[in-house]
Design a binder for this molecule. Structure first.
Ligand code: ADP
Ligand code: MG
Ligand code: MG
Length: 908
């Protein structure tokens, strides 16, 4: 074996059981290129080719076409010669031509988001040579017309002009089919195909003003640049945004000898998975088509057949096809080409063992010879992700840490969402059956165009088939339904990647785009009608179906247990109600990191007392109103303590500016005046008085408690009395009282004094006591700088990274909508700092606060309770900063638990 080159090259060759690169070079060669090289080393038959690196793509974006070509031409010419030698044919040769494909491939797989050109190297003369060489005129001309069609679309911009238009080449083909009274592409005669080629070239000339390029080298450079350009196409950009991939990565270009699945009955093409990408079940599965090229399977134009006999039987069962009919007309590859199947089965096992993860492979059979065109770690649903990790762990292929690292924390979210209520399903009116392409439960109103997926709050996007242009709409819709295409169609693959419920290939649906309607038998459904999809069974159901919370047992529970085993950092939740607290506890929250008390004041019966308190002119008046609030607040806390029995609960004292609680409309102001027996003018005056120029930096947080100490007193009393009440009932409560918005030491001191005095008062009254903590939110930059001082008194810190971000950046979160999107668009900011913690700046404040706090009190308990607490990258940062816990919203608790474990594993 040759050793891999250490020096970076522009072009990396592969083929004939050797390669310049390998799978470790994903960043440079892209995933596809790196794996083609690796497969070549493994002795798996891949057509010979080469990869132009992602760095050349980046270079191209700087210097443009001519300079890029000048730079890589010698390498590309040499690499083409290498393919010619291996394949025994010559690029552009009229007697014995080599044809190639030009394929995109970024470091992460972005299925269908970028462009590919097949059959490159054909022109009017070469096509004759190809016909002679293969002794198959029909095949040669079919390849030629496909080439013009693809090259026209990808390189020359021959795309439909509006969404109602069809592809200009498809239009020409449809026209000819009508004229010839035929239905299928396979029914075209050689003469038809020759006519198509002529008409296609004519259409290109008319639309672009240029002749279709005849020189194979011109064709090659055109295609390479088009692939580079597709990195900055709308689809690719949207996909990158969705996944937070930076634009600097660029795409590699893979140039590869063509192999043909469309050379007749002993040829074919397909896609397969080493495990079920929807459920995770350990069964080899996939789809194939006889006499077809790769694109045909994914595009969903012809409904493909199953690879394994088992898959075929399951498919027939869903499609209600009798066994005889199945064997005769829809045979599996296993039955139709047993030898090929055996070989494919061997490779799939070998590849999964080698990569130690589920593989998604593309293959082509040319006249009885099998070629593998691609392998990658397959996209999968959240449920499949969890099952596969646990199965691989149990089989001994990977260890516990590897199993945890195989998981994408954010995808756990899919498992937490409601499923259809089994009782409701029994009554459901099933209108049609499709393939269970991506599991889940979706209910929504019908739409027929991807760009209208936001027309209603919940939509089901219904298409004959989807294409990469539909990506954004697919992401918005609650579910996806297609009439054509199999389990490996674009819709199915993309939906599984998004974890979105999808049913594909529901042949009974007759979709009418113009009429925006859907016919099944004699029933018609219109845009806006409600339907439900059961992505786990393929059932399409009329109307809405009730849902229930899923049970989180089995593999999910095992993952969570493993997460705890490998994570010393705890995960708490932000919860303001007993209900949220319970949900979070079920998800494994180990305490509450933030209870916001103000939400409790907005309920109808309370807001009145709250307003009375605010409007009171005297301390006495305020105290009177607070006395009314006390029992309600105490009850709230009892509920929360009970839900979190035995676990710590951090309660933040009143934080928002008071004007948020007073009425701003005349009618409600009048009501309040009457209620309180004061004049309307007095109410108006008070509201005006509370008006602030910049409430975010105004009279809020501990500034409230320090100007109106009776508020702090009441809240402290409610907390401690609630805890003591529970103690009487034998339930342990662990309150942690948190003072918001501290900026100076004295602010803290003043509040702490009020709190401790009140607590002692209650203890004396009740002749009992409990353990409690007093600490502070760290959310004003100044506080983080004097953290050593504050730690002299505080029992704990909790970083409020929302406010900390606001104040560190000087961005008001409520006003950032005006400029943040532009900043992200222009790359002034790479991420929204309110979503992902800004480690470079705000992160330093967290580090400083932690370091200085612990200098005074080495065991100071420190957590984070901002929105960032549930975001995997921020969780990793918190782990590396040695925080004791992160706190996040209930539904993000499992995500944070897994992220915390991953952070610890990565760090060790
Ligand atoms: P994507 O990244 O969108 O999947 P690919 O580069 O894999 O695009 O190409 C799309 C299809 O073209 C593949 O499914 C494959 O079957 C077919 N294809 C690509 N290169 C070749 C080749 N050299 N010979 C035959 N078919 C090819
Ligand atoms: Mg592919
Ligand atoms: Mg705050």
């Amino acid at each position: 074996m040759e050793t891999v080159q250490d020096v970076k090259m522009n072009v990396y060759k592969f083929g004939n059981k050797t390669a310049d690169g390998n799978s470790k070079l994903k960043n440079l060669l892209g995933g596809k290129g790196a794996n083609l090289a690796e497969m070549s080393w493994l002795g798996i038959p891949v057509p010979a080719g080469f990869t132009i690196t992602t760095e050349i793509c980046t270079k191209y974006n700087e210097v443009g076409r001519e300079e890029t070509i000048a730079m890589i031409r010698p390498d590309v010419e040499e690499a083409i010669v290498n393919i010619e030698n291996i394949m025994g044919s010559t690029f552009g040769d009229k007697e014995n031509p080599l044809l190639i494909s030009v394929r995109s491939g970024a470091r992460v797989s972005m299925p269908g988001m970028m462009d590919t050109v097949l059959n490159l190297g054909l022109n009017d003369e070469v096509v004759e040579g190809l016909a002679k060489k293969t002794n198959n005129e029909r095949f040669a001309w079919d390849s030629y017309r496909r080439f013009i069609q693809m090259y026209g679309g990808v390189v020359l911009g021959m795309k439909p002009e509006s969404k109602d238009d069809i592809d200009p080449f498809e239009e020409i083909m449809e026209h000819l089919k009508d004229k010839r009274h035929i239905e299928l592409d396979t029914e075209f005669t050689v003469q038809d195909l020759q006519d198509l080629v002529y008409d296609f070239k004519d259409a290109v000339k008319k639309r672009t003003g240029h002749d279709f390029p005849t020189d194979p080298w011109d064709q090659l450079w055109g295609a390479v640049m088009a692939v580079f350009n597709s990195w900055n196409g709308d689809r690719a950009i949207y996909y990158r945004k969705m996944h937070n991939y930076p634009s600097e990565w660029g795409t590699a270009v893979n140039v590869q000898a063509m192999v043909y699945g469309n050379m007749g009955e002993n040829s074919g093409t397909g896609v397969c998975f080493t495990r079920d990408a929807g459920t995770g079940e350990d069964v080899f599965n996939g789809e194939y088509l006889i006499d077809a090229q790769g694109e045909d399977v994914v595009a969903g134009v012809r409904t493909p057949l199953q690879i394994t006999k088992l898959g075929s039987e399951r498919w027939a069962d869903l499609a209600k096809i009798e066994e005889d009919d199945r064997r005769e007309n829809y045979p599996s590859l296993e039955e139709k080409m047993p030898e090929i199947f055996k070989e494919l089965d061997e490779y799939q096992t070998k590849l999964e063992d080698h990569y130690r993860d589920m593989q998604d492979m593309e293959f082509t059979i040319q006249e009885g010879k099998l070629w593998i065109l691609q392998t990658r770690n397959g996209k999968r649903t959240g449920a499949a992700m969890v099952k596969i990790a646990i199965d691989l762990l149990k089989s001994g292929m990977i260890n516990e840490k590897e199993a945890l690292l195989l998981l994408e924390p954010n995808k756990l979210d899919e498992l937490l969402h409601p499923i259809f209520d089994p009782k409701a399903l029994k009554r459901a009116n099933i209108i049609a059956q499709g393939l269970p392409a991506s599991p889940g439960a979706a209910t929504g109103q019908l739409v027929f165009f991807a760009d209208e997926a936001d027309k209603y709050k919940n939509t089901i996007l219904c298409r004959i088939e989807t294409s990469p242009e539909d990506l954004e709409g697919m992401n918005i819709a609650k579910g996806i339904l297609t009439a054509r295409g199999g389990m490996t169609s674009h819709a199915a693959v993309v939906a599984r990647g998004m974890g979105k419920c999808c049913i594909s290939g529901a042949g009974a649906l007759k979709i009418n785009y113009k009429g925006r309607s859907l016919r099944v038998g004699d029933k018609i459904y219109h845009e806006g009608d409600w339907i439900s999809l059961n992505g786990s069974t393929g059932n399409i159901i009329e109307g809405k179906v009730a849902t229930v919370q899923p049970e989180l047992s089995g593999e999910f529970a095992e993952i969570m247990e493993l997460s705890n085993k490998y994570s010393k950092m705890k995960v708490r939740t932000n919860a303001d109600t007993p209900k949220d607290a319970k949900v979070a506890r079920n998800f494994g929250a180990e305490g509450i990191g933030l209870t916001r008390t103000e939400h409790m004041f907005f309920e109808v019966d309370r807001i009145r007392a709250m307003r009375e308190m605010i409007l009171a002119e005297t301390v006495k008046g305020r105290k009177h109103a607070l006395e009314e609030l006390l029992p309600m607040q105490r009850k709230d806390f009892e509920g929360i303590f009970e839900a979190m029995e035995g676990l710590p609960v951090t309660i933040r004292l009143l934080d928002p500016p008071l004007h948020e609680f007073v009425p701003h409309q005349l009618a409600t102001q009048k009501e309040l005046a009457e209620d309180m027996h004061i004049s309307l003018q007095a109410v108006k005056n008070k509201v005006a008085e509370l008006e602030e120029f910049n409430p975010m930096l105004g009279h809020r947080g501990c500034r409230l408690g320090n100007t109106y100490p009776e508020i702090t007193e009441m809240q402290t009393r409610a907390i401690i009395e609630a805890a003591l009440n529970l103690k009487e009932r034998g339930i342990e409560a662990k309150p942690e009282i948190m003072i918001p918005l501290i900026g100076t030491y004295n602010e803290y001191l003043e509040q702490e004094k009020i709190i401790r005095n009140t607590v002692n008062e209650v203890f004396e009254e009740r002749e009992d006591s409990i353990e409690y903590l007093v600490g502070t939110m760290m959310e004003i930059p100044r506080a983080t700088l004097i953290a050593d001082k504050i730690a002299e008194r505080a029992d704990f810190f909790s970083f409020g990274t929302n406010d900390l971000t606001q104040m560190a950046f000087g961005y008001s979160r409520d006003d950032a909508g005006k400029f943040l999107p532009v900043y992200l668009e222009k790359g002034i900011l790479t991420a929204d700092p309110f979503e992902t913690l800004d480690q470079e700046g705000v992160g330093q404040l967290v580090e400083i606060g932690t370091e200085r706090g612990r200098k005074t009190k080495p065991n100071l308990k420190i957590g984070i309770c901002g929105e960032h607490g549930g975001e995997p990258k921020s969780v990793e940062f918190c782990y590396n900063t040695n925080l004791n816990y992160v706190s996040c919203s209930p539904f993000r608790v499992p995500i944070a638990r897994l992220s915390a474990a991953q952070a610890q594993i990565k760090a060790s």
